[in-house]
Design a protein around this ligand. Structure first.
Ligand code: NAP
Length: 539
Protein backbone atom coordinates (compact mmCIF):
# COMPACT_ATOMS: atom_id res chain seq x y z
CA UNK A 1 0.00 0.00 0.00
CA UNK A 2 1.35 3.43 -0.89
CA UNK A 3 0.68 6.21 1.54
CA UNK A 4 1.13 9.92 0.85
CA UNK A 5 2.91 11.55 3.78
CA UNK A 6 3.66 15.08 4.82
CA UNK A 7 5.93 14.88 7.86
CA UNK A 8 9.66 15.72 7.45
CA UNK A 9 12.35 13.06 7.14
CA UNK A 10 12.59 11.33 10.49
CA UNK A 11 15.40 9.55 12.23
CA UNK A 12 12.91 7.20 13.78
CA UNK A 13 13.59 3.48 13.38
CA UNK A 14 9.98 2.64 12.61
CA UNK A 15 9.56 5.17 9.82
CA UNK A 16 9.97 4.39 6.13
CA UNK A 17 11.68 7.10 4.04
CA UNK A 18 9.57 8.80 1.42
CA UNK A 19 10.08 8.61 -2.32
CA UNK A 20 8.76 11.44 -4.50
CA UNK A 21 7.27 10.21 -7.77
CA UNK A 22 4.51 11.33 -10.14
CA UNK A 23 4.04 14.52 -8.18
CA UNK A 24 3.61 13.14 -4.66
CA UNK A 25 5.48 11.71 -1.70
CA UNK A 26 4.91 7.98 -1.25
CA UNK A 27 6.31 5.16 0.86
CA UNK A 28 6.67 1.57 -0.26
CA UNK A 29 4.98 -1.29 1.54
CA UNK A 30 6.50 -4.07 3.63
CA UNK A 31 9.07 -3.90 6.42
CA UNK A 32 11.78 -2.37 4.18
CA UNK A 33 15.55 -2.19 4.61
CA UNK A 34 16.97 -0.65 7.80
CA UNK A 35 19.32 2.36 7.60
CA UNK A 36 21.95 2.23 10.33
CA UNK A 37 24.31 4.51 12.15
CA UNK A 38 27.51 2.67 11.15
CA UNK A 39 29.31 3.73 14.34
CA UNK A 40 26.71 2.42 16.79
CA UNK A 41 24.58 0.11 14.59
CA UNK A 42 21.44 1.93 15.77
CA UNK A 43 18.55 1.75 13.28
CA UNK A 44 17.72 5.27 12.04
CA UNK A 45 14.90 4.58 9.57
CA UNK A 46 13.83 2.12 6.87
CA UNK A 47 13.47 2.29 3.11
CA UNK A 48 11.01 0.50 0.90
CA UNK A 49 9.92 1.12 -2.66
CA UNK A 50 7.74 -1.96 -2.91
CA UNK A 51 4.55 -1.23 -4.84
CA UNK A 52 5.74 2.02 -6.43
CA UNK A 53 4.74 2.26 -10.08
CA UNK A 54 8.07 3.11 -11.71
CA UNK A 55 6.69 3.10 -15.26
CA UNK A 56 4.23 5.83 -14.24
CA UNK A 57 7.00 7.71 -12.41
CA UNK A 58 9.12 7.86 -15.57
CA UNK A 59 6.15 8.81 -17.75
CA UNK A 60 5.28 11.69 -15.40
CA UNK A 61 8.84 13.01 -15.50
CA UNK A 62 8.97 12.74 -19.32
CA UNK A 63 5.52 14.15 -20.01
CA UNK A 64 5.23 16.83 -17.33
CA UNK A 65 8.74 17.72 -16.16
CA UNK A 66 10.43 17.60 -19.58
CA UNK A 67 8.21 20.12 -21.38
CA UNK A 68 8.25 22.46 -18.36
CA UNK A 69 12.05 22.52 -18.25
CA UNK A 70 12.48 22.81 -22.00
CA UNK A 71 10.19 25.85 -22.02
CA UNK A 72 12.76 27.66 -19.88
CA UNK A 73 15.99 29.25 -21.11
CA UNK A 74 19.40 28.22 -19.81
CA UNK A 75 19.46 31.36 -17.68
CA UNK A 76 16.06 30.51 -16.15
CA UNK A 77 17.07 26.93 -15.44
CA UNK A 78 20.30 28.28 -13.97
CA UNK A 79 18.27 30.39 -11.54
CA UNK A 80 16.43 27.26 -10.36
CA UNK A 81 19.75 25.50 -9.86
CA UNK A 82 21.02 28.52 -7.93
CA UNK A 83 17.96 28.32 -5.68
CA UNK A 84 18.69 24.63 -4.96
CA UNK A 85 22.28 25.50 -4.09
CA UNK A 86 21.14 28.16 -1.61
CA UNK A 87 18.58 25.80 -0.13
CA UNK A 88 21.23 23.20 0.64
CA UNK A 89 23.51 25.84 2.07
CA UNK A 90 20.80 27.21 4.33
CA UNK A 91 20.12 23.67 5.70
CA UNK A 92 23.81 22.83 5.91
CA UNK A 93 23.95 21.96 9.59
CA UNK A 94 20.91 19.73 9.48
CA UNK A 95 22.31 17.82 6.47
CA UNK A 96 25.73 17.53 8.09
CA UNK A 97 24.14 15.99 11.20
CA UNK A 98 22.31 13.43 9.06
CA UNK A 99 25.55 12.57 7.21
CA UNK A 100 27.36 12.07 10.52
CA UNK A 101 24.58 9.77 11.76
CA UNK A 102 23.90 7.74 8.62
CA UNK A 103 27.21 7.94 6.72
CA UNK A 104 29.79 7.47 9.46
CA UNK A 105 31.18 10.88 8.42
CA UNK A 106 33.21 13.12 10.66
CA UNK A 107 32.02 16.73 10.56
CA UNK A 108 34.81 17.47 8.06
CA UNK A 109 33.76 14.53 5.84
CA UNK A 110 30.14 15.63 5.95
CA UNK A 111 31.04 19.21 5.06
CA UNK A 112 33.02 17.95 2.08
CA UNK A 113 29.88 16.20 0.80
CA UNK A 114 27.28 18.86 1.63
CA UNK A 115 29.37 21.90 0.64
CA UNK A 116 30.46 20.08 -2.51
CA UNK A 117 26.76 19.70 -3.36
CA UNK A 118 25.93 23.39 -2.98
CA UNK A 119 29.17 24.50 -4.70
CA UNK A 120 28.54 22.30 -7.75
CA UNK A 121 24.96 23.55 -8.07
CA UNK A 122 26.24 27.14 -7.76
CA UNK A 123 28.85 26.56 -10.50
CA UNK A 124 26.19 25.27 -12.91
CA UNK A 125 23.88 28.15 -11.98
CA UNK A 126 26.66 30.47 -13.08
CA UNK A 127 27.07 28.58 -16.33
CA UNK A 128 23.32 28.96 -16.92
CA UNK A 129 23.65 32.71 -16.52
CA UNK A 130 26.49 32.71 -19.07
CA UNK A 131 24.52 30.63 -21.60
CA UNK A 132 21.73 33.18 -21.31
CA UNK A 133 18.40 33.39 -23.06
CA UNK A 134 18.80 30.42 -25.42
CA UNK A 135 17.27 26.93 -25.39
CA UNK A 136 19.66 25.37 -27.90
CA UNK A 137 23.44 25.45 -28.01
CA UNK A 138 25.75 25.78 -30.95
CA UNK A 139 28.59 23.30 -31.04
CA UNK A 140 31.38 25.10 -32.86
CA UNK A 141 30.85 27.43 -35.79
CA UNK A 142 29.27 27.06 -39.24
CA UNK A 143 31.28 24.88 -41.65
CA UNK A 144 31.31 25.62 -45.40
CA UNK A 145 30.36 22.50 -47.35
CA UNK A 146 29.50 23.39 -50.97
CA UNK A 147 31.17 25.31 -53.79
CA UNK A 148 29.78 28.61 -52.53
CA UNK A 149 29.47 30.12 -49.05
CA UNK A 150 25.69 29.54 -49.31
CA UNK A 151 25.73 25.83 -48.40
CA UNK A 152 26.87 25.36 -44.78
CA UNK A 153 26.61 22.96 -41.88
CA UNK A 154 26.20 23.74 -38.20
CA UNK A 155 26.18 21.40 -35.19
CA UNK A 156 23.53 22.13 -32.60
CA UNK A 157 22.79 20.62 -29.17
CA UNK A 158 19.16 20.22 -28.06
CA UNK A 159 17.78 18.70 -24.82
CA UNK A 160 16.76 15.07 -25.18
CA UNK A 161 13.04 14.40 -24.75
CA UNK A 162 13.35 11.67 -22.14
CA UNK A 163 14.17 11.45 -18.46
CA UNK A 164 17.61 11.42 -16.80
CA UNK A 165 17.85 8.55 -14.33
CA UNK A 166 20.64 9.02 -11.79
CA UNK A 167 21.91 6.13 -9.67
CA UNK A 168 24.41 7.09 -6.99
CA UNK A 169 26.92 5.32 -4.74
CA UNK A 170 26.70 5.27 -0.95
CA UNK A 171 29.69 7.48 -0.24
CA UNK A 172 28.48 10.92 -1.42
CA UNK A 173 24.71 11.10 -0.89
CA UNK A 174 24.55 14.92 -1.11
CA UNK A 175 27.22 15.70 -3.70
CA UNK A 176 26.32 12.68 -5.87
CA UNK A 177 22.69 13.77 -6.12
CA UNK A 178 23.54 17.43 -6.67
CA UNK A 179 26.36 17.13 -9.21
CA UNK A 180 24.26 14.98 -11.53
CA UNK A 181 21.03 16.94 -11.01
CA UNK A 182 22.72 20.34 -11.57
CA UNK A 183 23.90 19.37 -15.04
CA UNK A 184 20.74 17.54 -16.17
CA UNK A 185 18.37 20.28 -14.97
CA UNK A 186 20.47 22.99 -16.57
CA UNK A 187 20.49 21.01 -19.82
CA UNK A 188 16.68 20.78 -19.66
CA UNK A 189 16.10 17.13 -18.71
CA UNK A 190 13.89 16.00 -15.81
CA UNK A 191 15.66 13.91 -13.18
CA UNK A 192 14.79 10.70 -11.35
CA UNK A 193 17.42 10.32 -8.64
CA UNK A 194 18.19 7.18 -6.69
CA UNK A 195 20.73 7.22 -3.84
CA UNK A 196 22.36 4.06 -2.51
CA UNK A 197 19.95 2.58 0.01
CA UNK A 198 22.35 2.32 2.97
CA UNK A 199 23.01 6.08 3.23
CA UNK A 200 19.81 7.50 1.74
CA UNK A 201 18.90 9.75 4.67
CA UNK A 202 20.74 12.88 3.48
CA UNK A 203 19.42 12.64 -0.07
CA UNK A 204 15.88 12.02 1.22
CA UNK A 205 16.03 15.21 3.26
CA UNK A 206 17.44 17.17 0.31
CA UNK A 207 14.51 15.97 -1.77
CA UNK A 208 12.03 17.18 0.82
CA UNK A 209 13.72 20.57 0.80
CA UNK A 210 13.68 20.71 -3.02
CA UNK A 211 10.00 19.80 -3.29
CA UNK A 212 8.77 21.93 -0.41
CA UNK A 213 10.63 24.96 -1.83
CA UNK A 214 8.58 24.72 -5.06
CA UNK A 215 11.64 25.97 -6.94
CA UNK A 216 11.36 23.22 -9.54
CA UNK A 217 8.59 22.82 -12.09
CA UNK A 218 6.30 19.86 -11.43
CA UNK A 219 7.83 16.61 -12.71
CA UNK A 220 11.35 18.02 -13.01
CA UNK A 221 12.69 16.09 -10.00
CA UNK A 222 11.69 12.68 -8.65
CA UNK A 223 13.37 10.62 -5.97
CA UNK A 224 13.51 6.93 -5.15
CA UNK A 225 14.31 6.16 -1.53
CA UNK A 226 15.57 2.59 -1.81
CA UNK A 227 15.65 -0.17 -4.38
CA UNK A 228 15.00 0.82 -8.00
CA UNK A 229 12.77 -2.25 -8.57
CA UNK A 230 11.83 -2.52 -12.26
CA UNK A 231 12.57 1.18 -12.97
CA UNK A 232 15.36 0.54 -15.46
CA UNK A 233 13.30 -1.92 -17.48
CA UNK A 234 11.11 1.02 -18.58
CA UNK A 235 13.87 3.20 -20.03
CA UNK A 236 13.29 4.43 -23.59
CA UNK A 237 15.48 5.73 -26.40
CA UNK A 238 15.43 9.42 -25.42
CA UNK A 239 16.28 8.63 -21.77
CA UNK A 240 19.75 8.70 -20.24
CA UNK A 241 21.18 6.73 -17.33
CA UNK A 242 24.04 8.13 -15.24
CA UNK A 243 25.44 5.58 -12.82
CA UNK A 244 28.04 5.80 -10.06
CA UNK A 245 29.03 2.63 -8.24
CA UNK A 246 30.86 -0.63 -8.67
CA UNK A 247 32.01 -2.14 -11.96
CA UNK A 248 29.91 -5.23 -11.27
CA UNK A 249 26.68 -3.22 -11.11
CA UNK A 250 27.82 -1.19 -14.12
CA UNK A 251 28.19 -4.40 -16.13
CA UNK A 252 24.60 -5.35 -15.26
CA UNK A 253 23.32 -1.93 -16.31
CA UNK A 254 25.20 -1.97 -19.60
CA UNK A 255 23.24 -5.11 -20.48
CA UNK A 256 19.82 -3.50 -19.91
CA UNK A 257 17.39 -3.95 -22.78
CA UNK A 258 16.97 -0.20 -23.23
CA UNK A 259 20.73 0.33 -23.37
CA UNK A 260 21.37 -2.53 -25.78
CA UNK A 261 18.36 -2.16 -28.09
CA UNK A 262 17.16 1.44 -27.77
CA UNK A 263 20.53 3.21 -27.34
CA UNK A 264 19.64 4.67 -23.95
CA UNK A 265 22.75 6.70 -23.18
CA UNK A 266 24.68 5.44 -20.19
CA UNK A 267 27.48 7.14 -18.30
CA UNK A 268 29.44 5.03 -15.84
CA UNK A 269 31.61 6.26 -12.97
CA UNK A 270 33.08 3.13 -11.40
CA UNK A 271 36.07 1.69 -9.52
CA UNK A 272 39.42 3.40 -9.69
CA UNK A 273 42.91 2.62 -8.46
CA UNK A 274 44.17 6.20 -8.28
CA UNK A 275 47.89 6.81 -7.90
CA UNK A 276 50.25 9.38 -6.46
CA UNK A 277 53.75 9.54 -7.98
CA UNK A 278 56.62 11.20 -6.13
CA UNK A 279 59.38 12.54 -8.40
CA UNK A 280 63.04 11.83 -7.57
CA UNK A 281 63.84 15.58 -7.40
CA UNK A 282 61.66 16.21 -4.34
CA UNK A 283 63.60 16.97 -1.14
CA UNK A 284 62.17 15.81 2.21
CA UNK A 285 60.77 18.85 4.01
CA UNK A 286 60.31 20.90 0.80
CA UNK A 287 56.87 22.39 -0.03
CA UNK A 288 56.29 19.72 -2.69
CA UNK A 289 57.20 16.95 -0.23
CA UNK A 290 54.90 18.33 2.45
CA UNK A 291 52.07 18.59 -0.08
CA UNK A 292 52.63 14.98 -1.12
CA UNK A 293 52.58 13.63 2.45
CA UNK A 294 49.53 15.72 3.45
CA UNK A 295 47.63 14.70 0.29
CA UNK A 296 48.34 10.99 0.69
CA UNK A 297 47.25 10.97 4.34
CA UNK A 298 44.11 13.00 3.63
CA UNK A 299 43.14 10.94 0.59
CA UNK A 300 43.59 7.69 2.49
CA UNK A 301 41.56 8.73 5.55
CA UNK A 302 38.98 11.31 4.45
CA UNK A 303 35.56 9.60 4.43
CA UNK A 304 37.44 6.56 5.76
CA UNK A 305 38.97 6.06 2.33
CA UNK A 306 35.52 5.61 0.76
CA UNK A 307 36.14 8.05 -2.05
CA UNK A 308 36.28 7.01 -5.68
CA UNK A 309 39.18 9.46 -6.04
CA UNK A 310 41.14 8.30 -2.97
CA UNK A 311 44.83 7.45 -3.44
CA UNK A 312 45.24 3.66 -3.47
CA UNK A 313 48.73 3.34 -5.01
CA UNK A 314 51.74 5.45 -4.09
CA UNK A 315 54.85 5.26 -6.27
CA UNK A 316 58.05 6.52 -4.67
CA UNK A 317 61.65 6.49 -5.91
CA UNK A 318 63.94 4.05 -4.16
CA UNK A 319 66.17 6.79 -2.69
CA UNK A 320 63.22 8.39 -0.90
CA UNK A 321 61.28 5.25 0.04
CA UNK A 322 62.36 4.85 3.68
CA UNK A 323 61.74 8.52 4.48
CA UNK A 324 58.30 8.39 2.83
CA UNK A 325 57.32 5.22 4.68
CA UNK A 326 58.43 6.71 7.99
CA UNK A 327 56.47 9.93 7.42
CA UNK A 328 53.30 8.10 6.37
CA UNK A 329 53.55 5.54 9.19
CA UNK A 330 53.81 8.34 11.72
CA UNK A 331 50.94 10.43 10.32
CA UNK A 332 48.58 7.51 9.72
CA UNK A 333 49.42 6.02 13.11
CA UNK A 334 48.20 9.21 14.78
CA UNK A 335 44.72 9.10 13.19
CA UNK A 336 42.03 8.78 15.91
CA UNK A 337 39.37 6.30 14.82
CA UNK A 338 35.93 6.26 16.44
CA UNK A 339 32.46 7.72 16.66
CA UNK A 340 32.48 10.56 14.11
CA UNK A 341 30.00 12.53 16.21
CA UNK A 342 32.92 13.25 18.60
CA UNK A 343 35.13 16.22 17.77
CA UNK A 344 38.37 14.45 18.73
CA UNK A 345 37.78 11.70 16.17
CA UNK A 346 39.57 12.08 12.79
CA UNK A 347 38.12 9.04 11.04
CA UNK A 348 34.75 7.31 11.36
CA UNK A 349 33.63 3.79 10.47
CA UNK A 350 33.03 2.30 7.05
CA UNK A 351 29.45 2.78 5.89
CA UNK A 352 28.12 -0.76 6.17
CA UNK A 353 28.94 -4.19 7.52
CA UNK A 354 29.33 -5.52 3.99
CA UNK A 355 31.81 -2.75 3.12
CA UNK A 356 33.83 -3.73 6.21
CA UNK A 357 33.83 -7.37 5.15
CA UNK A 358 34.92 -6.42 1.61
CA UNK A 359 37.68 -4.14 2.88
CA UNK A 360 39.03 -6.87 5.17
CA UNK A 361 39.07 -9.40 2.36
CA UNK A 362 40.74 -6.81 0.10
CA UNK A 363 43.45 -6.18 2.69
CA UNK A 364 44.10 -9.92 2.82
CA UNK A 365 44.54 -9.97 -0.97
CA UNK A 366 46.97 -7.05 -0.89
CA UNK A 367 48.91 -8.59 2.00
CA UNK A 368 49.45 -11.70 -0.12
CA UNK A 369 51.77 -9.68 -2.36
CA UNK A 370 53.03 -6.79 -0.22
CA UNK A 371 54.63 -6.18 3.19
CA UNK A 372 52.79 -4.51 6.04
CA UNK A 373 54.03 -1.06 7.06
CA UNK A 374 51.05 -0.22 9.29
CA UNK A 375 48.10 -2.41 10.30
CA UNK A 376 47.29 -2.03 13.98
CA UNK A 377 44.11 -3.03 15.76
CA UNK A 378 42.81 0.12 17.52
CA UNK A 379 39.81 0.33 19.82
CA UNK A 380 37.44 2.92 18.34
CA UNK A 381 36.78 5.92 20.57
CA UNK A 382 33.27 6.59 21.91
CA UNK A 383 31.32 3.58 20.67
CA UNK A 384 29.62 0.74 22.54
CA UNK A 385 31.96 -2.28 22.83
CA UNK A 386 31.89 -4.51 19.76
CA UNK A 387 29.72 -2.11 17.75
CA UNK A 388 30.42 -0.27 14.50
CA UNK A 389 32.13 -1.05 11.20
CA UNK A 390 35.62 0.24 11.99
CA UNK A 391 38.86 -0.22 10.09
CA UNK A 392 42.04 1.67 11.06
CA UNK A 393 44.40 2.88 8.27
CA UNK A 394 46.49 0.19 6.60
CA UNK A 395 49.70 0.88 4.66
CA UNK A 396 51.55 -1.77 2.67
CA UNK A 397 54.69 -1.68 0.55
CA UNK A 398 56.28 -3.60 -2.24
CA UNK A 399 59.72 -3.26 -3.78
CA UNK A 400 58.44 -5.01 -6.92
CA UNK A 401 55.35 -3.11 -8.07
CA UNK A 402 55.84 -4.38 -11.65
CA UNK A 403 55.65 -7.98 -10.47
CA UNK A 404 52.45 -7.83 -8.37
CA UNK A 405 48.83 -7.64 -9.53
CA UNK A 406 46.43 -7.11 -6.60
CA UNK A 407 47.57 -3.54 -5.92
CA UNK A 408 46.85 -2.63 -9.55
CA UNK A 409 43.60 -4.55 -9.94
CA UNK A 410 41.75 -4.71 -6.65
CA UNK A 411 40.13 -1.54 -5.33
CA UNK A 412 39.94 -1.75 -1.54
CA UNK A 413 37.28 0.87 -0.72
CA UNK A 414 38.64 1.92 2.66
CA UNK A 415 41.64 3.60 4.37
CA UNK A 416 44.14 1.34 2.64
CA UNK A 417 47.00 2.02 0.21
CA UNK A 418 50.14 0.34 -1.08
CA UNK A 419 53.51 1.99 -1.65
CA UNK A 420 55.33 0.71 -4.74
CA UNK A 421 59.02 1.48 -4.98
CA UNK A 422 60.32 2.39 -8.44
CA UNK A 423 63.70 3.38 -9.85
CA UNK A 424 62.97 7.11 -10.29
CA UNK A 425 62.39 7.06 -14.07
CA UNK A 426 59.20 8.79 -15.25
CA UNK A 427 58.60 6.15 -17.93
CA UNK A 428 58.55 3.41 -15.27
CA UNK A 429 56.25 5.42 -13.00
CA UNK A 430 53.89 6.02 -15.95
CA UNK A 431 53.85 2.32 -16.75
CA UNK A 432 52.92 1.55 -13.13
CA UNK A 433 50.09 4.10 -13.18
CA UNK A 434 48.80 2.54 -16.41
CA UNK A 435 48.63 -0.89 -14.76
CA UNK A 436 45.57 0.35 -12.87
CA UNK A 437 43.68 -0.09 -16.13
CA UNK A 438 42.25 3.44 -16.19
CA UNK A 439 41.58 5.72 -13.24
CA UNK A 440 39.73 8.88 -12.24
CA UNK A 441 42.78 10.80 -11.10
CA UNK A 442 46.54 10.44 -10.84
CA UNK A 443 48.79 12.92 -9.07
CA UNK A 444 52.40 13.77 -9.66
CA UNK A 445 54.50 15.54 -7.01
CA UNK A 446 57.62 16.97 -8.64
CA UNK A 447 59.25 20.21 -9.75
CA UNK A 448 61.47 18.74 -12.47
CA UNK A 449 59.74 19.75 -15.71
CA UNK A 450 61.24 17.00 -17.86
CA UNK A 451 60.02 14.35 -15.38
CA UNK A 452 56.55 15.93 -15.26
CA UNK A 453 56.27 16.16 -19.05
CA UNK A 454 57.14 12.52 -19.55
CA UNK A 455 54.76 11.43 -16.80
CA UNK A 456 51.87 13.49 -18.20
CA UNK A 457 52.32 12.05 -21.70
CA UNK A 458 52.57 8.52 -20.33
CA UNK A 459 49.63 8.70 -17.89
CA UNK A 460 47.06 10.95 -19.63
CA UNK A 461 45.56 8.12 -21.74
CA UNK A 462 44.85 6.20 -18.52
CA UNK A 463 43.51 9.09 -16.44
CA UNK A 464 40.42 11.27 -16.33
CA UNK A 465 42.31 13.97 -14.45
CA UNK A 466 45.97 14.62 -13.62
CA UNK A 467 46.96 16.72 -10.63
CA UNK A 468 50.44 18.23 -10.77
CA UNK A 469 51.58 19.11 -7.25
CA UNK A 470 54.58 21.41 -7.21
CA UNK A 471 56.21 24.03 -4.97
CA UNK A 472 54.70 27.12 -6.58
CA UNK A 473 51.07 25.99 -6.17
CA UNK A 474 51.49 24.08 -2.89
CA UNK A 475 49.82 26.88 -0.92
CA UNK A 476 46.66 26.99 -3.05
CA UNK A 477 46.28 23.50 -4.49
CA UNK A 478 42.92 21.74 -4.14
CA UNK A 479 43.23 18.14 -2.92
CA UNK A 480 43.59 15.64 -5.78
CA UNK A 481 40.54 13.77 -4.50
CA UNK A 482 38.34 16.85 -4.77
CA UNK A 483 36.13 16.72 -7.83
CA UNK A 484 35.72 20.18 -9.35
CA UNK A 485 32.69 21.29 -11.36
CA UNK A 486 34.89 23.03 -13.91
CA UNK A 487 37.05 19.97 -14.62
CA UNK A 488 36.00 16.64 -16.05
CA UNK A 489 35.21 13.83 -13.61
CA UNK A 490 35.43 10.29 -14.98
CA UNK A 491 38.10 8.01 -16.27
CA UNK A 492 38.82 5.40 -18.94
CA UNK A 493 38.78 1.63 -18.61
CA UNK A 494 38.24 0.32 -15.09
CA UNK A 495 36.94 3.74 -14.00
CA UNK A 496 33.90 3.23 -16.25
CA UNK A 497 34.80 5.24 -19.34
CA UNK A 498 32.46 8.03 -18.24
CA UNK A 499 32.71 11.78 -18.18
CA UNK A 500 30.74 14.12 -15.93
CA UNK A 501 31.04 17.83 -15.08
CA UNK A 502 33.86 19.77 -16.80
CA UNK A 503 31.78 22.96 -17.04
CA UNK A 504 29.79 23.01 -20.31
CA UNK A 505 31.22 19.63 -21.35
CA UNK A 506 28.96 17.90 -18.82
CA UNK A 507 25.83 19.20 -20.57
CA UNK A 508 26.41 17.26 -23.76
CA UNK A 509 25.42 13.93 -22.16
CA UNK A 510 21.89 15.32 -21.79
CA UNK A 511 21.77 17.02 -25.20
CA UNK A 512 21.48 15.54 -28.67
CA UNK A 513 24.16 16.78 -31.06
CA UNK A 514 22.60 17.26 -34.49
CA UNK A 515 24.36 18.36 -37.65
CA UNK A 516 22.11 20.71 -39.62
CA UNK A 517 23.18 21.62 -43.15
CA UNK A 518 21.55 23.60 -45.89
CA UNK A 519 21.12 27.13 -47.17
CA UNK A 520 22.97 29.49 -44.86
CA UNK A 521 20.14 32.06 -44.88
CA UNK A 522 17.48 29.45 -44.08
CA UNK A 523 19.67 27.95 -41.38
CA UNK A 524 20.32 31.31 -39.76
CA UNK A 525 16.63 32.22 -39.94
CA UNK A 526 15.44 28.90 -38.57
CA UNK A 527 17.86 28.78 -35.69
CA UNK A 528 17.84 32.52 -34.97
CA UNK A 529 16.87 33.37 -31.43
CA UNK A 530 17.53 29.88 -30.19
CA UNK A 531 21.22 30.40 -30.62
CA UNK A 532 21.78 33.78 -29.00
CA UNK A 533 24.68 33.57 -26.54
CA UNK A 534 24.62 29.80 -26.67
CA UNK A 535 27.89 28.78 -28.20
CA UNK A 536 29.92 25.99 -26.76
CA UNK A 537 33.25 26.20 -28.49
CA UNK A 538 35.27 22.99 -28.40
CA UNK A 539 38.11 23.37 -25.88
P1 NAP B 1 27.08 -0.49 -5.98
O1 NAP B 1 26.80 -1.62 -5.10
O2 NAP B 1 27.35 -0.74 -7.42
O3 NAP B 1 25.81 0.47 -5.83
C1 NAP B 1 25.75 1.70 -6.49
C2 NAP B 1 24.32 2.08 -6.76
O4 NAP B 1 23.75 1.15 -7.67
C3 NAP B 1 23.42 2.06 -5.53
O5 NAP B 1 22.50 3.11 -5.63
C4 NAP B 1 22.72 0.72 -5.65
O6 NAP B 1 21.46 0.70 -5.04
C5 NAP B 1 22.55 0.64 -7.15
N1 NAP B 1 22.37 -0.69 -7.67
C6 NAP B 1 23.01 -1.82 -7.29
N2 NAP B 1 22.60 -2.86 -8.06
C7 NAP B 1 21.69 -2.35 -8.93
C8 NAP B 1 20.90 -2.91 -9.97
N3 NAP B 1 20.98 -4.20 -10.30
N4 NAP B 1 20.05 -2.10 -10.63
C9 NAP B 1 19.97 -0.79 -10.34
N5 NAP B 1 20.68 -0.21 -9.37
C10 NAP B 1 21.54 -0.97 -8.68
O7 NAP B 1 28.27 0.39 -5.47
P2 NAP B 1 28.51 0.98 -4.00
O8 NAP B 1 28.95 -0.15 -3.16
O9 NAP B 1 27.36 1.80 -3.55
O10 NAP B 1 29.68 1.99 -4.26
C11 NAP B 1 31.03 1.65 -4.16
C12 NAP B 1 31.67 1.66 -5.52
O11 NAP B 1 31.34 2.84 -6.22
C13 NAP B 1 33.17 1.65 -5.45
O12 NAP B 1 33.65 0.67 -6.29
C14 NAP B 1 33.60 3.02 -5.95
O13 NAP B 1 34.81 3.04 -6.62
C15 NAP B 1 32.50 3.39 -6.84
N6 NAP B 1 32.37 4.83 -6.87
C16 NAP B 1 32.74 5.49 -8.00
C17 NAP B 1 32.63 6.86 -8.08
C18 NAP B 1 33.01 7.61 -9.31
O14 NAP B 1 32.67 8.79 -9.41
N7 NAP B 1 33.69 7.03 -10.25
C19 NAP B 1 32.13 7.57 -6.99
C20 NAP B 1 31.78 6.87 -5.85
C21 NAP B 1 31.89 5.49 -5.81
P3 NAP B 1 21.23 -0.02 -3.61
O15 NAP B 1 22.08 0.69 -2.64
O16 NAP B 1 19.78 0.18 -3.40
O17 NAP B 1 21.64 -1.44 -3.80
Amino acid sequence: MLAPMSTPTPTNPTTVLRSYVAGRFVTGSGPGTPLLNPATEEVLAHTSTQGIDFRAALAHARDVGGPALRALTFAERGEIVRGLSRLIHSHRDELIQLAIANGGNTRGDAKFDVDGASATLAAYAELGAQLGASRLLLDGGAVPIGRSARYVGQHILAPRRGVAVHINAFNFPAWGLAEKAAVALLAGMPVVSKPATATALVAARMTELFIESKLLPEGAFSFIAGSSGDLLEHLQGQDVLAFTGSSDTAATLRALRGVVHDSVRINVEADSLNSAVLGPDVEPGSPTWDLFVADVVREMTQKTGQKCTAIRRIFVPEALAETVLEALRERLGAVRVGNPALEEVNMGPLSTASQLAEVRSGIAKLRGEADVVLDEARAPVGVPAGKGFFQAPVLLKTARPQAVSAMHQHEVFGPVATVGIYDGRAAIAAELVARGGGSLVASCYADDRAFIEELVLGTAPYSGRLFLGSAKIAGQATPPGMVLPTLVHGGPGRAGGGEELGGPRGLSFYLQRTAVHGDKAILEGTLKGALIDGTIKPA
